[in-house]
Design a protein around this ligand. Structure first.
Ligand SMILES: [Zn+2]
Length: 182
């Protein structure tokens, strides 16, 4: 069985290979989010920590705006829990299984090609089998969801490259950056 130390080393190696240079303690914030997140941030999904910056994913313009406005409060709370963060950035992620309107479920089908693509992407990382399985499934599902969203009328944000639904040229997150609060 893997000890915690071994697992941490493996994770560190994985993050390094993906240019996610953060301390393992920071990445733990991502895996322990449900327990560690300030209440107002529970609606967002932690993606990763890089160079002391926590990237949070959300598909909601409203949530993104709220978090953006209360960023300092969030940072203070996380720092008081021992996380050495310098900033929080928001990224657009597609809603799980549904389009932004919430009326039409996306038909997401993870194909063999998706799984092969994901396996290829992680081929050169030494990961514990369980973690590899998890990350492969995550990557394959993300790719399948993006494809489903595009064929359901989603469009690609020219600024950040994510696929989203709704009006306008930019995704809800990039819209905040281009607005008065930017
Ligand atoms: Zn964008």
């Amino acid at each position: 069985m893997l000890s915690i130390t071994n697992l941490k080393e493996l994770l560190n190696e994985f993050f390094k290979r993906h240019n996610i240079e953060g301390k393992i303690g920071e990445q733990l914030l991502v895996t322990e989010w449900d327990k560690e997140a300030p209440e107002l941030a529970l609606g967002a999904k932690p993606l990763y920590v890089k160079d002391g910056v926590l990237y949070l994913g959300t598909y909601s313009h409203a949530i993104a705006q709220e978090l953006n406005l209360r960023k300092k409060e969030l940072l203070d709370e996380l720092r008081s829990k021992g996380y050495d963060l310098v900033d929080i950035k928001l990224q657009f992620v597609l809603p799980e299984g549904r389009s932004e309107t919430g009326t039409e479920p996306l038909k997401v089908e993870v194909t063999r090609e998706d799984r092969e693509w994901a396996r290829e992407a992680l081929a050169h990382c030494s990961l514990p089998p369980k973690l590899r399985e998890k990350m492969e499934a995550m990557l394959a599902a993300a790719r399948a969801r993006e494809r489903a969203a595009l064929s359901a009328g989603g469009k690609r944000c020219p600024s950040c490259g994510t696929v989203f639904f709704g009006e306008g040229k930019l995704c809800p997150i990039c819209r905040i950056g281009s607005g008065v609060n930017g």
